[in-house]
Design a protein around this ligand. Structure first.
Ligand SMILES: [Zn+2]
Length: 280
């Protein structure tokens, strides 16, 4: 009798979770990513993602001082405005409240939070040769925001978690739980991160070219980045969130002709922009 009650309770739990997944899928939006045209699945709303982005951006600005390096600030303002203009032309940024900030820190990283909140650490700018390299990094980060990779990741995590609960409720078997956890992490979440990087590269390349920056700066930067003899910081910081390998650099080189056509059509051309002197 007790086992029959337990069994029907388990059944009810599974039905409830499955119903939640069905309702959630009904509420979700399927969207086409600008530039690449990939279809994506989202359970989160853009306004929710943007509010998280704005909140988190304020925390970063409290944690790190804004850089006083005039050269870096002027370069980010110039290339940020140019890329913002061509990103707005894609028609996906109506609710963005753009901000561009150079944060004073040795950290070699940059990000664009949902809603257009861009930050570049002075540490990564110390390793850039010119403004066009900055334009690619900024374009890449904005690519993540326009493609709503943050929302997509949250959506997948929700589905992954519900799946784990479902496996656990139905099978009550720890080995299966572990197989499910590892399988989804390796099979879904990790390749998904790599595909995010490739997609952000593609969008970044097109944006920098349309904004009038020479697209070849995309791979000169990354080649130096990965070949840097003292590159441990790179591995620890940006490469942990932006895995970069020879395949990725090769893809940038292969995509350059398409980006160059965009560059040739750009009404204003900055070429490689200002060369950085790196004077503090
Ligand atoms: Zn990235």
């Amino acid at each position: 009798m007790i086992s029959a009650v337990k069994h029907s309770f388990k059944h009810l739990q599974a039905v409830l979770i499955l119903s939640f997944i069905v309702v959630a899928c009904g509420l979700c939006s399927c969207r086409s990513v600008p530039v690449t045209g990939r279809s994506q699945f989202l359970l989160t709303t853009e306004s929710y993602e943007n509010s998280l982005g704005a909140e988190s951006y304020e925390e970063y600005k409290q944690e790190y001082p804004v850089s006083t390096n005039a050269e870096y600030n002027a370069a980010l303002e110039r290339c940020g405005n140019a890329i913002k203009a061509v990103a707005n032309d894609l028609g996906e940024t109506d609710d963005f409240e753009w901000e561009f900030t150079v944060l004073d820190s040795e950290i070699k990283n940059a990000f664009c939070l949902p809603g257009g909140k861009v930050a570049v650490y002075s540490g990564i700018m110390d390793d850039m040769a010119n403004e066009a390299e900055l334009a690619f990094v900024v374009g890449h980060e904005i690519g993540h925001a326009i493609a709503r990779h943050g929302g997509e990741r949250m959506s997948r995590t929700i589905v992954q978690t519900l799946g784990a609960v479902l496996v656990s409720v139905i099978f009550e078997n720890e080995t299966l739980d572990a197989i499910y956890g590892t399988g989804t992490e390796i099979g879904i979440m990790l390749p998904y991160s790599r595909s995010n990087e490739s997609e952000a590269d593609m969008i970044g390349l097109i944006l920098m070219a349309r904004a009038g920056y020479d697209p070849s700066a995309s791979y000169t930067f990354w080649k130096r980045f990965t070949n840097d003899a003292e590159g441990e910081n790179w591995v620890d910081t940006i490469l942990s969130t932006h895995p970069c390998d020879s395949d990725r650099i090769q893809a940038m080189e292969e995509n350059e002709p398409a980006a160059r056509e965009e560059y040739n059509r750009a009404p204003t051309k900055y070429g490689f922009g200002k060369t950085f002197t790196h004077k503090k």
